[in-house]
Design a protein around this ligand. Structure first.
Ligand code: HEM
Length: 410
């Protein structure tokens, strides 16, 4: 399925620039992290709440329109611009409020993020209600579950910023992280990969993937509720059970991704990066389940979750870079030759980029000496950051190719 919408083509500032701005800001924080208070939190939230959340709202809207064959509703693009603006203002307030410990700013930011997400979910639900039956409408059910998760997750995050250190802080921290990661990010990702994965591999999907994805949604939903309830109640065994059930759901869902990759192994940056990201995500979720199963001291859980949180961020960053590399040239549109011109840039040195990023991530997370960690982190960051100049080159190439196409037409 070619995921393109006519109305969304061309440049659109509120859709295209915040992602790059958040990634650049995260890169700056990574460079000066030693001298910055709460730099780990800041970095994590610039990637997850800033860049990834922006990408989720943009792409889930785009995919919902594509799978439901829904055109732009009146005011659709204007409303989406407002939603994205609200979301980014809220995210900026949160990343200012939490590290400076000015809770009112966090409260306003968290409320604005939750409001923008509720609006997003409401707009998707209306699109679903208006549309005719469509084969992949299950993806939009995933997006609705995902939006509900962020509303809850933003509430828990705002509460967390208010709480002093202690066991309750640890419990809410785990509930917040699980809601956002398994719900907001996980459900969007699985709902989207159903169609995006074979599209990126440029092959057919497995016919059984859609019913499998439909059947696994209640498992994901129940797993998230059990995990979050377990964390809030302080029953780590229950939280671990919820996360383990989520892993079972992932395995059942993942069966649908296997046939396309066997038929056509990745030969471009996008599927290779997303595939590597998925492996990291699965490892991170299993790691969290293991940590929860072993530990019952909620005051110490924060320390234990740092490494799986880092693995998770590495995974999500790769999914984000991979999916954006495929999707941005596609939505800029202009015809196959224009899209190819943009994607050619984003595919440059793809194998080396994916290999270096993953190797350096393993070296950084493993118990290696400090100098190895510094060199690995620096190489990994430079490799990831290559995305920005390559994206700029891709944009320029697309514009040049589009001008050439138009010149030959006239
Ligand atoms: C309104 C939005 C949000 C607020 C107010 C918020 C706030 C917070 C706070 C206060 C903490 C605990 C910091 C500490 O005590 O060390 C935290 C941790 C965390 N948050 Fe958020 N957050 C938000 C959104 C998100 C999103 C969207 C995600 C993921 C997609 C996320 C993932 C995490 C994770 C994984 C941790 C645990 C990190 C660790 O182990 O250090 N947060 N957040």
């Amino acid at each position: 399925m070619v995921v393109q919408q006519k109305a969304a083509r061309g440049r659109w500032a509120m859709r295209d620039y915040p992602l790059v701005a958040w990634l650049l800001a995260a890169l700056c924080v990574a460079v000066v992290h030693r001298w910055l208070e709460e730099s780990d939190w800041l970095l994590l939230h610039m990637v997850l709440l800033g860049a990834l959340t922006q990408a989720i709202v943009v792409w889930s809207w785009h995919f919902a329109q594509a799978v439901l064959h829904a055109g732009d509703a009146p005011g659709g693009r204007r409303h989406q611009t407002w939603r994205l603006a609200l979301l980014n203002v809220g995210a900026v307030l949160v990343v200012v409020g939490v590290p400076t410990r000015v809770w009112v700013v966090t409260l306003v930011g968290g409320t604005v993020v939750a409001t923008a997400t509720t609006w997003h979910g409401w707009a998707l639900w209306r699109m679903l209600r208006r549309s005719l039956p469509a084969r992949f409408r299950v993806s939009v059910h995933y997006y609705l579950g995902s939006a509900a998760s962020l509303v809850l997750g933003a509430g828990l995050g705002t509460w967390l910023a208010y709480l002093p250190d202690g066991p309750l802080h640890g419990r809410v921290l785990v509930a917040h992280a699980l809601t956002n990661v398994l719900g907001w990010v996980g459900l969007t990702l699985t709902g989207t990969l159903l169609t995006l994965w074979p599209t990126m591999l440029r092959t057919r999907m497995d016919d059984r993937a859609e019913p499998w994805t439909r059947r696994v949604l209640p498992i994901f939903g129940a797993a998230i509720l059990v995990a979050v309830a377990g964390a809030l109640l302080g029953w780590s065994w229950l939280a671990a059970t919820g996360v383990a059930c989520y892993l079972v759901g992932l395995a059942l869902f993942g069966r649908g991704l296997w046939a396309p990759v066997r038929r056509r192994p990745p030969s471009e940056f996008a599927p290779a990066s997303v595939g590597a990201g998925l492996v990291w995500l699965t490892v991170a979720v299993a790691w969290v389940a293991w940590d929860l199963a072993r530990s019952s001291d909620w005051s110490l859980i924060h320390e234990e979750l740092l490494s799986p949180a880092a693995a998770l961020t590495i995974g999500l960053l790769q999914v984000l870079l991979g999916a954006s590399s495929y999707l941005l040239p596609s939505v800029l549109g202009g015809g196959p030759s224009v899209v190819r011109a943009g994607q050619a840039w984003l595919n440059r040195w793809w194998l080396a980029r994916v290999a270096v990023l993953n190797l350096t991530a393993v070296l950084w997370l493993a118990p290696t000496p400090w100098p190895v960690k510094v060199v690995a982190a620096s190489c990994g960051l430079v490799t990831a950051a290559l995305f920005v100049p390559l994206m700029a080159g891709g944009l320029r190439a697309s514009l040049r190719a589009r001008a050439e196409v138009e010149a030959t037409r006239t």
